[in-house]
Design a protein around this ligand. Sequence first.
Ligand code: AMP
Length: 410
Amino acid sequence: MSSKLQAPRGTFDVLPAGAPARAAVEAAAKSILEAAGYRRIETPMFEQTELFARGVGEATDIVQKEMYSFEGFSLRPEGTAPVCRAYLEHGMHKLAQPVKLWYLGAFFRHERPQAGRYRQFWQVGAEAIGSEDPSVDAELIVLLHALLGELGARELRLRIASLGTPASRAGYRELLQAYLREHSDALSEETRKRIDLNPLRAFDAKDPGTQRVMEGAPRLADHLDQDDREHFAQVTDLLARAGVEWQQDDRLVRGLDYYTRTIFEFSSDALGAQSGVGGGGRYDGLIEQLGGPATPGCGWAAGVERMLMAAEERPQPEPGCDLFVAWESTERADAFALATEGRRAGLAAQLDLAGRSVKGQMKQADRAGARYVAILYPDGTVLRDMDSGEEEKVERSGVVAGVLKGRHAL
Ligand code: AMP
């Protein structure tokens, strides 16, 4: 017995009715990011698994459990490591720094599907590589804020924190590990297992016992060095200057290992459990981790589906139709030629493709929202203005010019 074929679990089809809203996200991202000097980059859908193991981090959930891997390659679970790989591979350090790039594409994570969480999802992302100036962090955050605003995302919150440099974090990590070991009896099994590899994730734990322990845990914010504090203060000052509201959240943890200094996340209270709309941060060690020279960088990624869920639904215009060519029995070839002529002249033109009666074709023209219908009979041609209902006999050779003229008159 054959089973019913369906899209894989955690994936979805974008049907024509859903396409315009997604196109609007792309258009907004392009206009906002390119106006600020970011240029589009596209990288492959899959990369060597090692890129993510080294870039995202061996100890992360993404690398440990969520990648679709085959023959030494993995479907990309995120975009920053691939963009940094491309920066290195194409010698972009020779360009004026920072190199500012943006992308839009599909990403893949083998997560448990739920509302707003898919196994194939789309992200818009932006990366600025090659400068550690706090204005880079602030610019990126302001641009994501602008994109979310443009899309009408509701009830937004921006949380921000500093993770410090690896040096200041290393000292803190030991402190936190010692604290976690001291309280290990009260921790969840999962948190206990992560003490060595990823102690910071304990702040993210859902289990109440662990959460209680974490309330008394030492905070990274209290252990940053002077330069980190200064960098963070400058980022937040610039945000204030741009009128972007933010909250400091020292429990902010992100699921990727490469972050240093600034990390941030926009969430929407209009969403359910999966409330993260977009986030990112600074990754000054990543390029080195991938085998390149020490190169600072900063970036973010925002989920297309989450942004649309957080946005007020807006009516999207249907594609228009200037001319519908209807035809009777013998006139098919002429109708086909006329629709082609219309398209070449820049009209949105359609014709009947299903052998309908003239009456059926008129209904189809109406459904298509046609402005004019040319009806080709064996003994002549009629042009109907669908707004006024007026009909006139015309020369076939004059139909396209007539519709163009009518369109200009509007
Ligand atoms: P991340 O790369 O984990 O920092 O995620 C950045 C953004 O991508 C999140 O804020 C979400 O909007 C979106 N995102 C991440 N994972 C998923 C997923 N499995 N399904 C849908 N959107 C996701």
